[in-house]
Design a protein around this ligand. Structure first.
Ligand SMILES: Cc1cc2nc3c(=O)[nH]c(=O)nc-3n(C[C@H](O)[C@H](O)[C@H](O)COP(=O)(O)O)c2cc1C
Length: 203
């Protein structure tokens, strides 16, 4: 077995593009950054995504208790948004203040500036101990301010390679703090039955 740090660096090849996940509950709007989003269906008529959200993030509870979120692919010009949504929690302040957005069909915020967005209704969840994997049915899709995608999608590798040098220490410190909390919870996996699962089809 490789040393944990080497294994983690290899696993970084499996990170997703950078996405902004927005949510809303009882009027409280929020957003966070993730690099753990993937396409979760091969069926064009059943478009699905999945994403891991840590339980210690505010967004987790907003999504878990409403069953809806919006996933935004970002473009390579959106470093400031990543810092705004991904380096601090929205528990104490409104992270979307000053970020132009509107409410989507399901009620969660859609950011005006993005590469593309997917409005999602949670179809199922899986508990990992420290996080929840949300499986989302895509109910609507749109692009950013332009009618079609512009620029390049912001990948996790591009973000790590090009983030402003003065942010790097803060980014690494936040990652290490999150890793410590996640390590203490990772083995405590609970069975969760998603509340809106339809009954199984008759045999
Ligand atoms: C590049 C990057 C990737 C991240 N990936 C995830 C992720 O996959 N899941 C997650 O829960 N948090 C992830 N985070 C951390 C959250 O974005 C961060 O903790 C945020 O402040 C949570 O905000 P909230 O408490 O307002 O929900 C990531 C942050 C960055 C900068």
């Amino acid at each position: 077995m490789l040393a944990p740090d080497h294994t983690y660096q290899l696993l970084r090849n499996l990170t997703s593009p950078i996405v902004a996940i927005t949510s809303e509950r009882g009027g409280k709007e929020n957003g966070l950054i993730s690099d753990s989003a993937v396409r979760a269906s091969i069926v064009p008529a059943v478009p699905r995504v999945s994403v891991y959200v840590h339980k210690f993030n505010l967004s987790h509870d907003l999504i878990f208790h409403t069953g809806r979120f919006v996933m935004h692919l970002l473009h390579t010009g959106q470093f400031d948004l990543i810092r705004q949504l991904g380096f601090q929690s929205g528990r104490d302040h409104d992270k979307l203040a000053g970020v132009p957005h509107r409410r989507g069909k399901l009620g969660a915020p859609i950011l005006d500036d993005c590469y593309a967005h997917f409005e999602c209704r949670v179809a199922n969840v899986m508990d990992t101990g420290s996080s929840t994997l949300f499986l989302g049915d895509v109910v609507d899709v749109g692009f950013g301010k332009a009618a079609a995608p512009t620029g390049e999608v912001m990948t996790a590798a591009y973000f790590r390679a090009h983030m402003p040098a003065e942010w790097r220490q803060e980014y690494e410190a936040q990652l290490q703090a999150a890793q410590r909390v996640a390590a203490s919870q990772s083995r405590d996996i609970r069975a969760v039955t998603w509340k809106e699962l339809p009954p199984p089809p008759p045999p």
